[in-house]
Every structure is written in C-alpha cells, then in structure tokens.
Design a protein around this ligand. Structure first.
Ligand code: ACO
Length: 424
C-alpha cells in the first residue's frame, strides 16, 4: 500500500506521496508542494533532499554500504578491474568477455587527442594547478567535438562514452607533463588503460620505462573505489549542468571544478599538505589533533569525517588494506607516512572524534598511497577525477535518458524589501 505524509501549515493539511526505493529508502515527494500549498522547502547543503531517482549506486552511510549497480564495492575491488567497472556503471550490467574486449577496442579508437589542444595547454603557466588546467582542457574538448551528444541515440551516446574515457586520461596526464616541462606523451594502444596512465605520466624520451605492476594494481583498485558515489557535490554539478542540455564535456569540466575543492576531492591533497606541515613543524601530531578540536580554531583534520558515512567509509577500509600491502611490498620508509599512522590511531581513540563519528575517509588513505606510489601531491585530485569519470558519465547519461527537467532550485529571499532609487 502506498504511504502518504501529511504536512500541516496554519491549520491546512496537505497530503504528500511517500516514495520508497529498492532498498527501502523513503522520501516525501514534494514536487507538487508549492503548487498545492504555496510554500517551498529549505535545505541548504541538501542534507535532507534527494535530487533524483537513480539506479546506479546504492550507499548506506549508517551501515557503511556502497554498491555499484547492486554489486558490493568490496567484491568489485577484489575481482574486477577499472574498465569493466566503468562499463558496469555506465551501461548497467557487467559485460561479457567479448563485449568488454569490444569496449576496450572502441576506447582505443579515440585515444589520439587533437594536436591543437597542445596549443591551449601551452598558454598555461607551468605553476598552474593541474585541476584548473584539466577543467579548462576538458571544456576545450567541446570545441574539438562540437556536435552535442544525442542522448537518445544509442550509437551516439556509446561513442561519446568511449571518446570521453579515452581523451580524459590523456589530457589529465598532460597537466602533469606541462607542470614539469616534459614533452607530452601519447596513449599506447598496445597496453592497458592504467598502465597507460603510468606511461603517459612518467615515461621520458631519454630511456625505457616500465611501470611497476604492484603500482598498476593499486591504482586500478583506487580508480574502482572512486568510480561513483551517487549525488555528491561534483556529480550533482555534472547532472545540474547537463540538465540545461549542455554537452558531456562541458558538464564534466564543471564536475572537475567542483571536485577540486578541499572539502571534496581536493581533500586528498590537503591531507598530504597537512602531514607535511606537521612534519615540518616538529612532527607533533597531537598538537594538530588539539587544534582540530578547538572550536576557536578553524583548522580541521583533513581526511577525517564524511557527509554521509557516519559509521565508517567502506572504501577507506579497502584502501587502508591496499595501502598497508603497497607500503610493505614497495618497502617505503617515509616519516610523513609514520605521522599519518600516528594521527589515525590517536584520532580513532579520541573522544571528540569518536562522539562525532569522525573516521578516516577515503582521501586520508588515498593521499598516503599516492605518495607511496610516487605521484606528485597536486596530481592527487586529478587521479580522483580519472577514477570518478565513469560515475559522472553514467549520471549524466541517466539524467538525460530520464528526461529530467532543468535543475533550478528556489530560495527564500532575505534581502531588502522594495527601495526607491535616489541619485547620489
Ligand atoms: N576535524 C575536526 N572536526 C570536524 C571534522 C574534521 N575533519 N569534520 C567534522 N568535524 C566536526 C565539526 O566541527 C562539527 O562539530 P560540532 O558538532 O561540535 O559543531 C561536527 O564534526 C560535524 O561536522 P559537519 O561539518 O557538520 O559535518 P558535515 O557532514 O557537514 O561535513 C565534511 C563533512 C565536510 C567532510 C567534514 O567532515 C570535513 O570538513 N572533513 C575534512 C575535509 C575532508 O576530509 N573532506 C573529504 C570528504 S570525502 C570526499 O569528498 C571523497
């Protein structure tokens, strides 16, 4: 039997339908609220508002559950690989062996990025943050692919998916090459996607380069763990921009900008900067723990806390294990990583953090693992973006296929009432 919610305002009662999702999550459907009652809801930060119905990712912050298309993140991280998970997230089902091979081949058709993109890249200073450059280059791809994707045309949409996955990886690594003053590398269609990432980043014309398979495996896992996370800030941005029927590249470029912020994807860089600061100032982790607890100090412990996971972040558990394995296998001995371990133990035992359910999040461990893998700090958020790309594409595609209306929230105006203009 369908449920209803009753809202009473000034003695008037309004009935609102209650929608229940496939995991029994309930939502009061207020889409007609203003029409029937004249009021709207106010929810800054959208802590209590669903913006859409989605079949892609299920997340339960209280129980620490994360699933893509019904498959648990733990199982996917252990048994699958990034391009297979990308296919699953975007198209809804795991591909057969033949289908996956075809998908990988179709991506390879688009791995060459226009030489003219290099001219745009050239215009940036070497000191520019890679995320800013990545956002601009992603947007520039629109100019080189001007035909907007017809989301109703399956072939068109499929090609756009392959093209985006192919070109985004190349331009993402070019942001690093530019910052180092190195010549730009090309994608090698004879090797895998994640191996290509390492080659594109680190291969120099002066000698041979072979990426360490342990690093490739760890990165593949990290990309899977980041691949989607339902309606977070950057994904909501991608859906919102796309809801005006802006193209896929333009929408993803906006998503990159949203991800850049230190309260979102930029946290992995912020974690490392914080650890480096603790190290540079004598290594006293407890001092920083005290600063984070001090209400008169705006400092927050980067890499702790999460908007939806108030128990633990299931991705953080998997990454922590991967981080331990990678550090042990590579034999990394790094004082920064020692500080991270100390901070983690102290915070997990601290009453302030325990009572607020503040646990290390995925960014805490991903920052550590990226450092151990030799990835430069300001590329950390770019790696997050590479991982999140299939999620952004899938959410954009779903939004267009569901024919969602343009995103246009309302507001409660709190400014001046009408004033008369008086010339000064
Ligand atoms: N350090 C110290 N105190 C914290 C922290 C932190 N990292 N995070 C939250 N708190 C405290 C707040 O001060 C608040 O305390 P109070 O109840 O005494 O006022 C309480 O915990 C609740 O905090 P909110 O900000 O209301 O929690 P919210 O869910 O809105 O914020 C957020 C989540 C933004 C992630 C926050 O925990 C934070 O800033 N963390 C550090 C940045 C970070 O790691 N971001 C990455 C998020 S994961 C991702 O994007 C993939």
């Amino acid at each position: 039997m369908s449920k209803i919610a009753i809202l009473e305002i000034d003695g008037n009662k309004f009935e609102l339908p209650v929608i229940v999702g496939s995991e029994n999550e309930a939502a009061v459907d207020i889409s007609k609220l203003r029409d029937i009652s004249g009021v709207i809801t106010l929810d800054p930060g959208y802590k209590n508002s669903g913006s859409c119905k989605s079949e892609i990712t299920f997340l339960d912050g209280e129980l620490g559950i994360l699933r893509y298309r019904g498959y648990s993140i733990e199982e996917l991280a252990e048994k699958s690989h990034f391009l297979e998970v990308s296919y699953l997230i975007i198209f809804g089902e795991l591909p057969s062996v033949e289908r996956l091979e075809q998908f990988e081949n179709d991506i390879r058709k688009f791995t060459l990025v226009s030489e003219e993109m290099k001219i745009i890249l050239d215009g940036f200073p070497r000191t520019a943050h890679p995320m800013g450059v990545l956002s601009a280059l992603t947007s520039a791809l629109t100019a080189f692919n001007p035909k907007s994707v017809d989301a109703d045309n399956e072939k068109d949409m499929y090609d756009a998916v392959c093209k985006t996955i192919a070109k985004f990886l190349v331009i993402a690594t070019w942001t690093y090459r530019k910052s180092m003053g190195y010549p730009l590398n090309y994608y090698d269609n004879t090797i895998g996607y994640v191996e290509n990432f390492m080659n594109l980043m680190f291969k120099l014309p002066t000698g041979p380069y072979t990426a360490n398979p342990i690093i490739i495996d760890a990165l593949d896992k990290l990309f899977i763990l980041h691949a989607d996370h339902e309606q977070n800030c950057s994904t909501s941005t991608v859906r919102m921009v796309g809801s005006s029927h802006a193209g896929l590249f333009a929408s993803i470029s906006a998503g990159v900008s949203a991800l850049w912020g230190p309260l979102h994807g930029g946290a992995n860089q912020a974690v490392l900067e914080m650890l480096e600061e603790i190290h540079a100032t004598g290594g006293d982790a407890d001092k920083y723990l005290a600063k984070a607890k001090d209400k008169n100090d705006p400092f927050r412990l980067m890499g702790f806390g999460h908007r939806v996971y108030k128990n633990f972040d299931p991705r953080a558990k998997i990454i922590k294990k991967a981080a331990d394995e990678v550090l042990a296998t590579l034999g990394v001995n790094d004082p920064i990583l020692e500080i991270a371990k100390k901070l983690e133990v102290s915070a997990l035992e601290d009453e302030y953090f325990k009572s607020r359910n503040l646990y290390p999040n995925v960014d805490f461990y991903s920052g550590i693992i990226y450092r151990a893998l030799g990835i430069p700090t300001d590329m950390f958020t770019v790696l997050f973006a590479i991982g999140r790309l299939p999620g952004w594409i899938a959410q954009w595609k779903e939004m267009r296929e569901n024919k969602e209306p343009i995103g246009r929230p309302r507001q409660i105006y709190t400014g001046y009432p009408l004033r008369e203009y008086v010339k000064s």
